[in-house]
Design a protein around this ligand. Structure first.
Ligand SMILES: Cc1cc2nc3c(=O)[nH]c(=O)nc-3n(C[C@H](O)[C@H](O)[C@H](O)COP(=O)(O)O)c2cc1C
Length: 183
């Protein structure tokens, strides 16, 4: 797996890992995370995109971390070294998509006590409350604090594969500002 490592110019600045949780080749979550990456880089934050499409994924079956493949162990290491996260969550069946949940089942221990912004990507305009499941999972399991506002987007917010709704862009800005206050 080649992490999309983008170093900012200075050291001693926050490092944010963006977890792109969709496996779709035409993922809208990925489009939004690219936008967030640009905005973080403009603020001179160190950014790494961890795109699950690039990961040699395994199913979580309860084995210890050392028995997973090198990709999974590298992802765990990357998450443990980060200061904060933005998690891109596709909504499947009004909840966290299976692949993202499986990934978190394996590696969430690396995220203990840190902060995260959320991107909730759905097909329907009313599905944003599905993010509540991710907030609960992260809070109960590893005491990750999620910041508000959550960035929610759905199909109509895009035109020609670009995020076009200015209200979503405003939410991205507000989410980043809030997240960076904690890092
Ligand atoms: C198996 C499956 C279940 C889905 N369930 C929901 C749902 O419950 N509510 C909803 O609004 N959209 C649902 N969707 C639509 C996705 O949330 C939507 O396609 C979104 O863009 C997925 O993110 P992605 O484009 O990054 O893959 C579902 C899609 C799939 C494939």
């Amino acid at each position: 797996m080649g992490f999309n490592d983008i170093e900012s110019k200075e050291e001693s600045i926050p490092h944010v890992v963006l977890i792109q949780g969709s496996l779709s080749p035409t993922s809208k979550t990925a489009i939004v995370l690219e936008k967030i990456k640009e905005q973080l880089l403009d603020r001179n934050v160190k950014v790494t995109i961890l795109d699950l499409r690039d990961l040699n994924m395994e199913f979580c079956d309860g084995r210890p971390l050392r028995d997973y493949n090198d990709d999974i162990k590298a992802a765990h290491r990357l998450l443990s070294q980060a200061d904060g996260y933005v998690i891109g969550m596709p909504v499947y069946m009004y909840s966290v998509s299976g692949p993202l949940k499986n990934f978190l089942d394996i590696v969430s221990g690396a995220m203990q006590d840190k902060f995260a912004g959320l991107v909730c990507m759905s097909g329907g305009v009313r599905s944003y409350l599905a993010a509540e499941d991710l907030i609960n999972i992260l809070s109960f399991e590893v005491n990750v604090t999620t910041v508000q506002p959550i960035v929610h987007a759905y199909g109509a917010d895009f035109q020609n594969d670009e995020l076009s709704n200015p209200k979503v862009l405003e939410k991205i800005d507000a989410m980043i500002e809030r997240l960076l206050k904690f890092l």
